[in-house]
Design a protein around this ligand. Structure first.
Ligand code: 13P
Length: 287
């Protein structure tokens, strides 16, 4: 059964580790992440962007697939199904479809509007036991056509949003989605520290987990980050393994063209990436 992400993230914050959010795109992704979480006895969050939701034909399809897999694969670790960077309308759709967690990304609105809309989402999501992530300060890079510049959030604005009863908070600290450019300045630990001082026990979320050096990840966890989002890195691992298979001509040997064979190396590669991240985040054995 899907669970809200609140309890697992409160535990992670108190225990000084982070739970990974891994974005899903299809059945192979979902299966790879769920099996790895189970093998590692780790809680996990399946992230779904609006674009991925559309690709998989809609939120109801995803809820059906994930719930089916939890049962058929015998998954017993805590799993949350979470809308990533949702608009107001899509948060409502996901709550209705059976997601157990949503992120309302109002970071592009003026703070007053972000506050007002976040408050409404909290009320309607909590009425159904669904956890809510909110965002202050846009995360840089491009994700599904949404482009942000990698801002550092204003700690006072973070406090204003944290006080609305949300369950965890994404705050920009110079992080960006996708690969980091050579001249990236790194995470702003000063900003993170100031945010944590004002928001106390609130689990903080680090987006753009791909390519952040391990020492920065560990420092971020020590300063209150309890959820780390990873998307691009699984895509890169999947693509590299699939490329290798095809370049070795394996799709042309025997039944190597069978999608169940063709997609197997990529699926295994996702598993390896997820496991590596869970080790770094410290969530192994914390289910
Ligand atoms: P990356 O694609 O950089 O790993 O970021 C993922 C993310 O933050 C999803 O919200």
């Amino acid at each position: 059964m899907l669970v809200s992400a609140k309890e697992m993230l409160d535990k992670a914050k108190a225990g000084h580790y982070a739970v990974g959010q891994f974005n899903i795109n299809n059945l192979e992704w979902t299966k790879a992440i769920l099996q790895t979480a189970q093998e590692c006895n780790s809680p996990v969050i399946l992230g779904v962007s609006e674009g991925a939701g559309k690709y998989m034909t809609g939120y109801k399809t995803i809820v059906g697939m994930v719930n089916g897999m939890l049962e058929e694969l015998g998954i017993t670790v805590p799993v949350a199904l979470h809308l990533d960077h949702g608009s107001y309308e899509h948060c409502i759709k996901c709550v209705e479809a059976g997601f157990s967690s949503v992120m309302f990304d109002g970071s592009h609105y003026p703070i007053e509007e972000n506050v007002a809309k976040t408050k409404e989402i909290v009320a309607l999501a909590h009425a159904k036991g669904v956890s809510v992530e909110a965002e202050v300060g846009s995360i840089g890079g491009e994700e599904d056509g949404v482009i942000g510049a990698g801002e550092c959030a204003d700690p006072k604005e973070c406090k204003a949003i944290a006080d609305l009863g949300i369950d965890f908070l994404a705050a920009g600290i110079g992080n960006i989605h996708g690969k980091y450019p050579e001249n990236w300045a790194g995470l702003s630990f000063e900003t993170l520290d100031a945010i944590q001082q004002l928001t106390g026990d609130m689990p903080l979320v680090l987006h753009g987990g791909t390519g952040i050096p391990v020492d920065m990840i560990k420092k971020a966890i020590s300063l209150g980050v309890a959820k780390i989002n990873v998307n691009t890195e699984c895509q890169l691992s999947f693509a590299a393994a699939t490329r290798e298979y095809i370049e070795a001509g394996k799709d042309q040997q025997g039944k190597g063209f069978d999608p169940r064979k063709l997609l197997a190396p990529g699926t295994e590669a996702i598993k390896a990436t997820v496991k590596e991240k869970m080790e770094i985040f410290g969530s192994i054995g914390k289910a």
